[in-house]
Design a protein around this ligand. Structure first.
Ligand SMILES: Cc1cc2nc3c(=O)[nH]c(=O)nc-3n(C[C@H](O)[C@H](O)[C@H](O)COP(=O)(O)O)c2cc1C
Length: 381
């Protein structure tokens, strides 16, 4: 649980008439808990009571009427929980966090950095933060693109281009997909096989197995599950599938979005330029697999985030090799996939969405290709 002193600016006519700026600040104590989705604003008195309540030992309801009232308010918002009976939901949610071996600050960060109902694409337009020029106008200049050079630094030789260099250089985040050209199922299968499939496994003792994949993973635990959103794949009905990394198969989820276009747009927080990708992969972390080893560990959440980065880069590289465009985004409304598939975000957390497919012939949304690797090199204009 984290208590955050929050100051909200408020317009005050009184202040303005008295010759002030018209802005006053309302001070609030916001409490964020890892088992609750939303912050709760508390009075200093309720906050003090909460802070002096043990997180480990049950206590009887206080006799004193005022204290009892405060406790009941805290029970109603789920910050205090009852040992048995109703309300059961905050207790169960709290228990799942405790059982999950989260490091407390990571747990709060993860729970409260998730989005629901955010339209980042519209927000960017509304706040004039779309182009680099907009950004500089609103935010001033960014720190330099690279630190100052060091005197006496050793000049390095430039390597001759080879196949790996060309493959890496051919990657550009794709924001323009071709809706008229479906992606063959075997191309999707190849992407999954090269990046996410277990290439081998080791059973260290009965029932304990570790997978070998083409991407690295902290502790060799591979906690990321791939939920494939098939939008435009030949031979595969539109829908959401779980990819089984050992069996190399797609299991269709029992619950599917009623409106796939709307679902994808909301999942991608309004980023329509990604929503038309032929296939997307929602990377969902089974935290329990990593936290089994990295128990209550300050680096565990960072490690699973790095696992996501490796999968994303490998998907980019494999896509480039197959002549596809790819993307990754963390600007997602996690709540969309969580509520559809019934995930507790502290157990199975969506961390990013990757996607890939055939590029469109024309660039409607800007891509960053200053070296002309994609848009001239491949004959696209
Ligand atoms: C972690 C991560 C998150 C990203 N999120 C977004 C995003 O939300 N929307 C978007 O259009 N691009 C996103 N990108 C793509 C970057 O904008 C892109 O990598 C950058 O502009 C450089 O272009 P390049 O990938 O073509 O080299 C993301 C990239 C990374 C690595």
């Amino acid at each position: 649980m984290a208590v955050i002193p929050n100051e909200q600016p408020l317009f005050s006519l009184e202040n303005l008439l008295a010759g002030g700026t018209g802005v006053e600040f309302e001070q609030q104590l916001q409490v964020r808990a890892a088992h609750l989705d939303l912050p709760v604003v508390l009075t200093p008195e309720a906050c003090a009571l909460l802070l002096e309540t043990s997180a480990e030992q049950w206590r009887l309801l206080p006799e004193d009427t005022r204290a009892r009232g405060l406790v009941q308010d805290l029970l109603a918002v789920g910050l205090l929980i009852v040992e048995e009976g109703e309300p059961a939901q905050p207790r169960q949610s709290d228990q799942r966090v405790r059982d999950g071996h989260w490091w407390a600050l990571s747990a709060i960060h993860h729970r409260h950095s998730r989005w629901a109902g955010v339209d980042s694409a519209s927000d960017m337009v509304k706040n004039h933060l779309v182009t680099a020029q907009d950004l500089v106008q609103q935010l001033g200049k960014p720190p330099a693109e690279a630190p100052d050079r060091q005197a006496g630094a050793i000049a390095l030789p430039r390597a001759m281009p080879d196949a790996v260099a060309e493959l890496l250089a051919g990657r550009t985040t794709c924001r323009n997909f071709d809706p008229d050209r479906p992606l063959p199922l075997d191309v999707l299968a190849g992407m999954l096989q090269h990046v996410l499939m277990a290439q081998a496994q080791v059973e260290t003792e009965p029932g304990v197995r570790f997978l070998k994949k083409n991407v690295p993973s902290a502790g060799s635990l591979h906690p990321l599950e791939a939920f494939v959103v098939a939008r435009n794949v030949e031979g595969l009905s539109t829908g959401i599938y779980h990819y089984h990394a050992v069996a190399h198969e797609l299991g269709r989820e029992a619950t599917q979005p009623e409106d796939m276009d709307g679902f994808c747009l909301r999942l991608l927080s309004g980023q329509h330029w990604f929503a038309s990708a032929h296939a997307m992969v929602v990377l969902v972390c089974r935290f329990g697999r990593n936290f089994w080893k990295y128990r209550n560990h300050a680096k565990a959440y960072r490690a699973v985030s790095l696992d996501v980065g490796h999968v994303s880069q490998a998907l980019y590289t494999a896509a480039t090799a197959k002549g596809l465009g790819a993307f990754v985004t963390a600007a997602i409304n996690e709540s969309e996939i969580e509520s559809l598939l019934g995930f507790d975000p502290m157990v199975d957390g969506a961390l990013a969405v990757c996607g890939f497919g055939w590029r469109a012939d024309a660039m409607a949304t800007a891509e960053f290709d200053p070296a002309g690797q994609v848009w001239t090199h491949w004959g696209q204009t």
